[in-house]
Design a protein around this ligand. Structure first.
Ligand code: GLY
Length: 563
């Protein structure tokens, strides 16, 4: 009872007003649009399309621009996933997720007693997986690009060499992470250690510009071999990390078949394993379409309760069944089986929260045979690209590669470092996501594209670790079931349940007093997300008249650009 009253107090604190406008319409353009986490990166993508580039060209240019202007998550030292739909309806998914180095071992983060060594998978050299971003962009360009490679890398080189003004948010974060940058880089990264960064200060990254020049001129070899590879290997050696030049030379991004499936009269195209995003999103949408959520309305108690209970069950499956398909037999078809999904809700009660301890991951039917950032792009021909890219946490491992001025990821923490031990997002896992040399760690990134009546309808995705899936899920429902415009759907308050821990994380005021009290009465434990909100999404909606509406997230510096 005391615990219940504690959660009631927290809940009352969560109920402050949510002031984001639900009916706001975002930027509307006639032909082309980019929505990303930074206005300069969105402008770069739009400019590439003005110069005749397609969505894939713009995606390459935005990825490299973000690596300069948005060091929080934009990267060349991390990885990502990309889903695309060509104007002719063909689709593809690109996996440029980081990989465990060859020297990685399942127990590499445990001490002699088998206990987890706090922080080792989260910060510093040992936390880094082999970066995939540069090879991902090269493979994307080789298959779908139309403009010369150099033209796509050049805007990022110019931004790095000439410098760019910091936003207020980025300046504050660089100040906040100052000590971490010193502690986890083997050589003090002076260029980023100004006493007090302020909005409008110029950040120049000359050595990063040189790395980008090598990538521009030598392609893959500009990063995975030669000077850049030497700098990464030397950084690893000084800091006691595992990545070697052989690991870098062996890295390959992979084209995969997207996960796709029907929800109402939409076709959802999303990322397959090693992301859990596509499968989990389809499971959530399949559960939801069996209930009258549109009739219930946005953020009402029955609607929020249903969504929370669906999320609880889907994340239980995620913990047990999802991992790198090249190492673990993920039961994709079983997890998406209609009867299996329906059965997972058999014990759902409209009046009562379930208990996560009593929700075990399901036994899917066997197959018949065997901190992150998102950007969305549509080009004038109607080709669409949905990209989520990451260093994992803000600024990844906090480790700068000396002489190269880019950050390494801390993606190793996305593995299950010990069965049942929560990672930095509180996610737990087991054998499916255990560490193995060369294996890709499980992800929640959910770059997604929706079709309606065989035509492009929406391009969407988000940052936010474990909350990415629920953010994308709720935004899709906000548009398709609750009738919001793209911008309003991105603005709307969010909440998140991931099975364990057994609580509903909620943005301040997202659910309102009436719904929050009703949920509390049903037994949900609601806790507020302290700052920054849940996820930062980027969406593009194709309007009935063929124009494009952008949804840029007000939780960040996000911006839409287009023409
Ligand atoms: N690093 C967050 C994710 O991939 O889910």
């Amino acid at each position: 009872m005391i615990k219940r009253i504690f959660f009631l107090f927290i809940l009352v604190g969560t109920c402050g007003c949510m002031h984001r406008e639900l009916h706001e319409v975002g930027l509307v353009t006639n032909k082309a649009m980019v929505v990303s986490a930074h206005p300069l990166a969105s402008a770069v993508g739009a400019e590439i399309m003005k110069q005749g580039g397609n969505a894939a060209d713009a995606a390459v240019a935005v990825q490299f621009a973000l690596a300069v202007v948005y060091p929080d998550a934009g990267n060349i030292g991390g990885g990502g996933f990309l889903v695309l739909r060509q104007q002719d309806g063909s689709t593809a998914a690109l996996d440029y997720r980081e990989k465990a180095p060859a020297a990685a071992r399942p127990d590499m983060y445990l001490n002699e007693e088998g206990e987890v060594i706090e922080g080792l998978s989260e910060k510093g050299h040992m936390a880094a997986g082999v970066p995939g971003t540069v090879d991902g962009m090269i493979k994307l360009h080789a298959r779908y690009g139309s403009l010369p490679w150099a033209m796509l890398v050049q805007p990022a080189i110019d931004l790095a060499a000439n410098g760019f003004p910091l936003t207020q948010k980025e300046a504050r974060k660089l100040n906040d992470y100052r000590l971490d940058f010193i502690r986890y880089s083997s050589i003090r990264p002076e260029f980023i250690l100004k006493d007090n960064w302020e909005e409008g200060d110029t950040l120049r990254l000359g050595e990063l510009a040189q790395v980008l020049e090598r990538i521009r001129d030598q392609g893959r070899a500009g990063f995975y071999a030669g000077t850049t590879a030497d700098l990464i290997a030397a950084e690893m050696k000084r800091g006691g990390g595992l990545i070697t030049k052989e690991d870098l030379a062996a890295y390959e991004a992979i084209w995969r078949e997207p996960i796709s499936g029907k929800y109402e009269n939409y076709n959802v195209i999303s990322m397959p394993p090693p992301s859990s995003g596509g499968i989990a999103l389809l499971q959530l949408l399949h559960i939801t379409q069996n209930y009258p959520v549109a009739e219930w309305g946005l953020h009402t108690a029955p609607s929020a309760h249903l969504k929370i209970e669906a999320e609880r069950r889907v994340y239980a499956d995620r913990a047990k069944h999802l991992g790198d398909p090249d190492y673990y037999d993920v039961p994709v078809r079983g997890l998406l089986d209609t009867a299996y999904i329906r059965r997972s809700m058999a014990d759902f009660s409209p009046g009562k929260a379930s208990d996560s301890d009593k929700i075990a991951p399901g036994v899917p039917v066997p197959p018949e045979s065997p901190n992150t950032t998102h950007y969305s792009i549509v080009d004038p021909a109607g080709n669409a690209v949905s990209v989520t890219t990451t260093l994992n946490s803000s600024y990844g491992a906090k480790t700068f590669v000396a002489g190269a001025q880019f950050l390494l990821n801390n993606e190793m923490d996305d593995f299950s470092i010990k069965p049942g031990y929560p990672n930095s997002y509180g996610l737990i896992g087991g054998e499916a996501n255990a560490i193995a040399p060369g294996k890709r760690m499980l992800s929640s990134m959910t770059p997604t594209i929706l079709e309606k009546d065989g035509k492009l309808f929406m391009v969407v995705g988000s940052m936010g670790g474990s909350t990415i899936i629920t953010t994308v899920y709720q935004i899709i429902l906000n548009v398709t079931a609750h009738g919001l415009p793209m911008q309003g759907a991105v603005n709307a308050g969010r909440f998140h349940h991931q099975w364990k821990p057994d609580w509903v994380l909620s943005e301040w005021g997202a659910l309102g007093m009436k719904t929050s009290l009703s949920l509390w009465w049903k037994g949900h434990k609601i806790v507020p997300k302290p700052e920054g909100g849940i996820g930062r999404a980027a969406g593009i909606l194709v309007l009935p008249n063929g124009k494009l509406e952008g949804g840029a997230d007000p939780r960040g510096d996000d911006a839409a650009a287009g023409f």
